[in-house]
Design a protein around this ligand. Sequence first.
Ligand SMILES: Cc1cc2nc3c(=O)[nH]c(=O)nc-3n(C[C@H](O)[C@H](O)[C@H](O)COP(=O)(O)OP(=O)(O)OC[C@H]3O[C@@H](n4cnc5c(N)ncnc54)[C@H](O)[C@@H]3O)c2cc1C
Length: 266
Amino acid sequence: MHALIFIKQVPDASQVRVNYETGTLIREGVPAILNPFEAHAVEEAVRLREKIGGKVSVLTMGPPQATDALKECLSMGADNAYLLSDRVFAGSDTLATSYALYEGARKIIELEGDVDLFFAGKQAIDGDTAQTGPGIATRFGIPLITYLIKLDEVNIDKKYAIATRLTEFGQETVKTPLPAFFTVEETLNELSYAPLPWLIKAAQTEIKRLSSENVELDRNQCGLKHSPTKVKKAFTPEKRQRGETLKGTCNDLAKQASEILLPFVK
Ligand SMILES: Cc1cc2nc3c(=O)[nH]c(=O)nc-3n(C[C@H](O)[C@H](O)[C@H](O)COP(=O)(O)OP(=O)(O)OC[C@H]3O[C@@H](n4cnc5c(N)ncnc54)[C@H](O)[C@@H]3O)c2cc1C
């Protein structure tokens, strides 16, 4: 079994503040963390490896500091970590990012062997578009299972997996051929503490570098120049006023609420 997880380093959203005068995010002094959804993807892949054998690789596209997020994944039990970093990617939108990650993944397949399960987070907590995972899956032309909440069964010999995903109306369990791509929810599993030998191994594992020097890239699909997304306007939504608190007995509350809501009912 070979699992490849696309991980992103993001600013810790709980510590990002907004400058309401300029309408920009105050990023100074904000620590960078592993996007929380990917921690659960790594946990799931490592659990699977412990059960059926194989290896877990992680890949990020980002600046050199993103190695911290890769190291965190290694200490959670990942076997290989790859950093895809090059000036040619500067200004990439989600289309160009998913292209670069696709080519990075193809290189990893060349180096480490075929991948059975690809994982990404449901979304990144900074960009929040949830487009990157589906963009990579589409380029590979493989099944995409979004909002994964349970990996019920994985059969590498017979090349299938059974997975449960969230839908707008509940849950659905699907059977998919492998290789397949999963974008994961935080409820997929509970994170566990890594045993000491994994931490020692992680500290000794080298982060492998990928760039336009060792990955075949079509430069016409990379960077700002080849990113069709144009940001028209960036603004901070108006601060919401605090709502009114209703007080009284249940009957009073129901009466007051119906008086407030009635004008909105046709
Ligand atoms: C015009 C434009 C210019 C931009 N320029 C830059 C820039 O110069 N530098 C910059 O850092 N960002 C830039 N961005 C933002 C960048 O496009 C997004 O951060 C990136 O495409 C991921 O999108 P997202 O954050 O919405 O992630 P989502 O699509 O919400 O992420 C879903 C999942 O995909 C995976 N994933 C996402 N991004 C990565 C990654 N980089 N590596 C590995 N896995 C990943 C993760 O598993 C993540 O949970 C730019 C965006 C636009 C629109």
